[in-house]
Design a binder for this molecule. Structure first.
Ligand code: ZN
Length: 360
């Protein structure tokens, strides 16, 4: 209960006190005592967190904490004692008018003191991790995006991904590992040009994420930065508040099979999030044991997400021919019609990094 509500409560209680006083002064006194008790308890509840905040602010402003605490206690005690005494004395009508005046005076005194110590009223406002829902998890009667991401984090214990994203993001991406003399015989593009093209597509994907439905398919040799680029996109979108799920293909098919064969609550939740999250990343597609089940489930997953206009990023060693062979023609058809295909090639960056080699 804040101070304003407390003042309203007092005002509301004063009318019955005034009425009672005329007929039965003893009962009026008892009621007044009860109001005083409630006000005192509420004052203590309101004061505790404020005092904590004030103590932090005083310490930031270089004012001795013990000295500040004593001052605050005296001020609070004086205010409450005076108000209660007045309430007892005259049943409240005069006290309330005086209290209003006194509160206004204290308010302007507080502003003056804050200004004097280089602080502002904004320093008292809580800072929210998610301003959209003020950390309540709900905004406009709906579950907030931060709630969804927290639920996803909980279900998939994505802390591992968050640690990876501290290193694998655009700040740490380097074109130095791609050569402009290594030219692909079919496309005529150098390894560097292919990487530049992929990064430009990632940027476009991020910049238009809220407006346009897109999907990315990174393919090419091992160690050419496919997973790194997927992670760069994941980091940017998570920072923008979108819900992102990252799976290796092995994990993805594990979740899909649990959803089909074990209809327990975790499996159902995981299954639902798989189709509803803003971005799904499937890493290393093709490294799982492929069979007719994985083929049908992959089609179901990417098709459902396309129908829901939810974006997906796939990284894989598989070119289009192998994709059709391992999964199906319909998977190939969906991917080639709805995904931006980005081929990366060149030297294995992991080996280059290990030997600290930069391509010429
Ligand atoms: Zn939120």
């Amino acid at each position: 209960m804040d101070i304003l509500k407390l003042a309203v409560l007092c005002a509301a209680c004063l009318t019955p006190v005034a009425l009672l006083r005329k007929k039965t002064p003893e009962q009026a006194l008892l009621l007044t005592a009860a109001i005083v008790a409630v006000v005192l308890v509420q004052c203590l509840t309101v004061a505790a967190p404020l005092l904590e905040k004030l103590r932090a602010l005083f310490s930031r402003a270089g004012v001795e904490t013990a000295y500040a605490a004593v001052l605050l206690r005296i001020l609070a005690a004086a205010l409450v004692a005076r108000f209660c005494a007045d309430l007892c004395r005259d049943g409240g009508s005069q006290a309330l008018a005086e209290l209003r005046g006194r509160l206004a005076a204290y308010r302007s005194e507080k502003d003056r003191l804050l200004l004097q110590h280089g602080l502002s009223a904004d320093d008292f406002k809580p800072s929210y991790t998610c301003p959209d829902c003020r950390d309540t998890g709900y905004a406009g009667g709906k579950r907030c995006h931060c709630f969804d991401q927290a639920a996803i984090d909980l279900v998939y214990t994505q802390s591992g991904l968050k640690e990876i994203l501290k290193k694998e993001n655009f700040d740490h991406f380097s074109f130095a590992y791609y050569s402009d003399s290594d030219v692909h015989p079919v496309t005529g593009l150098s390894s560097l040009a292919a990487a530049q093209n992929a990064v430009a597509s990632c940027r476009l994907f991020i910049d238009t994420f809220a407006l346009e439905f897109r999907n990315l398919y990174f393919y090419g040799d091992t160690g050419t930065g496919k997973t790194f680029l997927s992670n760069c996109v994941a980091k940017e979108l998570m920072d923008l508040g979108y819900s992102v799920i990252y799976f290796t293909s092995f994990q993805l098919f594990d979740i899909l099979s649990r959803g089909v064969f074990r209809r327990d609550r975790d499996a159902v939740d995981a299954h639902r999030n798989l189709f509803s999250c803003d971005l799904l990343i499937i890493d290393d597609l093709g490294t799982e044991l492929t069979n007719t089940f994985t083929a049908s489930q992959l089609f179901l997953c990417i098709n459902e997400r396309i129908l829901r206009r939810k974006s997906t990023i796939i990284s894989t060693n598989l070119g289009m021919d192998r994709l059709a062979e391992l999964y199906s023609e319909r998977v190939l058809s969906r991917i080639s019609s709805s995904y931006t295909l980005l081929k990366l090639f060149g030297a294995d960056i992991r080996i280059l990094k290990r030997h600290r080699i930069q391509p010429e």
